[in-house]
Design a protein. Structure first.
Length: 283
């Protein structure tokens, strides 16, 4: 008689429940990912029905679900290659195709040249696809503290936030078509730049203090006061932060290079003299 036969009925039921619970835990992150995909798809449907406020809101709901699926997978230790691939496909629909189609239907289609409108929407969608592909390739080698390029959910938030703000101000998309064109291009191209954007995933549990939680609660309260007027400036600030960091690093690197080559340094002076006598330029 083997060990399986020796198990009592209660032990077998407990083992079966544990097995089913484990399978359910593996399916839980995918449910959040599918929810993200659904709201991206539903946003496209709402844009086709000319309900652009609902369409933009769907993009933000998809962002919330997208942020939860990864955290749930890490908390339950159920990360899988299948989940990662499904997440990328859902992000392409919710943060690539959906924002491009929403802003095209809302405003870009009102541009004098339809080809320019089509090009802007396609550039955004193509940049989102390139951003996601690059992220999947570099996921094991990039710095966890920063994103390499604007994350696709943040780019989608720029586009959706602009639509929400204009709708809240009762401004028609046709009246700000060129502004929508600029927002679409800037958010799209920002995804494929090498600018570094801060990743909140790098924050450890120890870094989350009581003051940070209280500040977060106050922030949510301020956003709930008037979401369209508060969200868009916050998103623009995050977009600008990546370029500010990029400029600071570029300036700092140039300054450091100049400091490394000090003309008053005797070693550099000797190098210049020897180069002049030999007729060669210093390296």
């Amino acid at each position: 008689m083997n060990d399986e036969d020796r198990k009592t009925l209660r032990e077998r039921r407990a083992a079966l429940k544990l097995k089913l619970r484990r399978r359910g835990m593996f399916a839980l992150p995918s449910m959040f990912t599918l929810g993200c995909l659904f709201f991206g798809f539903f946003g496209i449907i709402q844009a086709m029905n000319l309900r652009f406020d609902y369409a933009a809101t769907c993009v933000f709901v998809a962002m919330v679900l997208d942020s939860l699926d990864g955290r749930v997978a890490r908390m339950t230790k159920t990360q899988t290659a299948f989940g990662a691939e499904l997440d990328s496909l859902a992000d392409m629909v919710s943060f690539g195709a959906a924002p491009a189609l929403i802003i095209y239907e809302w405003s870009l289609s009102s541009l004098p040249n339809s080809r320019i409108a089509l090009a802007a929407a396609f550039i955004y969608a193509a940049c989102a696809a390139l951003r996601l592909a690059r992220f999947n390739v570099q996921i094991s080698v990039v710095d966890k503290s920063f994103f390499n390029g604007l994350p696709s959910p943040a780019a989608a938030a720029v586009v959706a936030g602009f639509v929400l703000l204009m709708d809240d101000l009762d401004i028609e998309g046709a009246d700000v078509a060129w502004w929508a064109f600029a927002v679409t291009l800037v958010s799209g191209i920002s995804m494929v730049t090498t600018a570094k954007f801060f990743s909140f995933k790098a924050m450890s549990r120890r870094a989350v203090s009581f003051t940070a939680v209280a500040t977060l609660a106050v922030g949510f309260g301020v956003i709930l006061m008037d979401p369209p007027k508060v969200l868009f400036p916050v998103i623009l600030a995050y977009l600008a932060s990546g370029y500010i960091v990029w400029l600071w690093r570029a300036t700092h690197k140039s300054t450091q290079t100049l400091l490394d080559v000090d003309p008053c340094d005797p070693a550099n002076a000797e190098a210049d003299v020897s180069a002049e006598t030999s007729g060669k330029k210093p390296d």
